[in-house]
Design a binder for this molecule. Structure first.
Ligand SMILES: Cc1ncc(COP(=O)(O)O)c(C=O)c1O
Length: 366
């Protein structure tokens, strides 16, 4: 049996005709930049995120970059974030010349340890950027408390967590701004790159819109230096076909997670912890195991897809050496890089496939 980490062809087969028709509609219109598809997607993503405003952008990375630039975060500003994330979170900070200030993670959720944030605040601090990793929102109440106390903006990197909830509140709606990615492997993934920024702040919304278009308003009159952060209408058309399925797909992922949770109970496999405050969308199902690297080789041989998110914490990346961090600074993030493993969780998995994954893991580890 072969069980890939993700099978996008299985999903595509269920909506192929609609996707082709939607893409054809855009091509026939030749409205290839902006237009009604982008506007409709923005309206719908704002609505499912319980936010007033949304701005479609070219990727999750550009959602973060646009947010930082629109909040005027740059040289000399510090932004407190997690070292256990995808590179884009921290890469965008570096690109605006802001300084990432890392805080270790909570080993149970893999998200930033909210209790440690207060002591990382200096007078140069301008924002906190929690990352809602693997589909679960970070512990936002204490994060917002620190942010309110020191007047810091909160930028939610919700690239992996669209529609997930914390105390009933939607990802992206709790801080000042939320950033989503439509990278194809996300729960809501396009046919290429795409992203969205959501906010309830009208002034920020207006800046985000201008910033995504080179800071021009009106055209050819540049208020500030922005970028080309626009979302393609073809991507918006594909995402509009997929959007009505998002809740069912995330529910199927939760069912698959419950299946694994039960099968791994009482074994050496540590299954994901989801806080009672949260409903996860399980963009990834990440277990913690001993002999992780040997297990990866074994699963590969058995035709089971898996991946390590993430093998190197951000404070130990070569390009961030100048920040002056060293091994041992964030022990929980470092430990996580050594034993985490994402296994298949996509909606179309069958019980037989999941049994095969479980058997191969348990057999190897015991
Ligand atoms: C946590 C996190 N932040 C940011 C991004 C960047 O999104 P994109 O790949 O759409 O640029 C990703 C995407 O993988 C992500 O997982």
């Amino acid at each position: 049996m072969q069980v890939p980490l993700l099978d996008l062809k299985a999903q595509y087969a269920t909506i192929k005709d609609e996707i082709l028709a939607a893409v054809a509609e855009v091509l026939e219109s030749q409205r290839c930049i902006g237009g009604p598809k982008v506007a409709e997607l923005e309206e719908k993503v704002a609505a499912i995120s319980d936010c007033k405003f949304a701005v479609g952008v070219s990727s999750g990375t550009d959602a973060i970059l646009n947010s930082l630039m629109s909040l005027d975060i740059g040289a000399g500003d510090e932004v407190i974030t997690t070292p256990f994330t995808f590179f884009a979170t921290v890469g965008c900070l570096a690109r605006t010349a802001a300084k990432p200030v890392f805080v270790d993670i909570d080993p149970k959720t893999f998200n930033i340890n909210a209790k440690l944030i207060g002591s990382a605040v200096t007078e140069r601090a301008k924002a906190i950027m929690p990352v809602h990793l693997f589909g679960q929102i970070a512990d936002m109440d204490p994060i917002m408390e620190v942010a309110n106390k020191y007047d810091l903006a909160v930028i939610e990197d919700a690239a992996q967590s669209i529609t997930s909830t914390y105390k009933g509140r939607k990802a992206g709606s709790i801080g000042m701004v939320g950033c989503f990615s439509f990278f194809p492997s996300k729960n809501l993934g396009g046919a290429g790159d795409g992203g969205m920024v959501v906010t309830n702040d009208e002034d920020l919304f207006n800046r985000l819109k201008v910033m995504r278009n080179h800071g021009a308003n009106p055209k050819y009159y540049h208020k500030f230096v922005g970028g080309n952060f626009r979302l393609d209408p073809i991507q918006a058309a594909v995402l509009l076909v997929k959007l009505p399925h998002l809740d069912d797909w995330s529910e199927a992922r939760r069912r698959n997670a419950a299946f694994y949770d039960e099968k791994f109970a009482g074994t050496v496999v540590k299954t994901p912890y989801i806080s009672p405050d949260c409903v996860s969308i399980y963009n990834q199902y990440v277990i913690r195991v001993i002999k992780r690297d040997e297990l990866v080789a074994h699963l590969k041989e058995k035709g089971v897809g898996c991946a390590i998110y993430y093998p190197v914490p951000m404070h130990m990346q070569e390009c961030f050496k100048h920040l002056g961090y060293k091994e041992g600074d964030f022990p929980e993030a470092e430990k996580a890089t050594e034993d985490v493993l994402a296994i298949p969780i996509y909606p179309e998995l069958t019980d037989d496939m999941q049994d095969y994954v479980v058997e191969n893991i348990i057999q190897f580890l015991t």
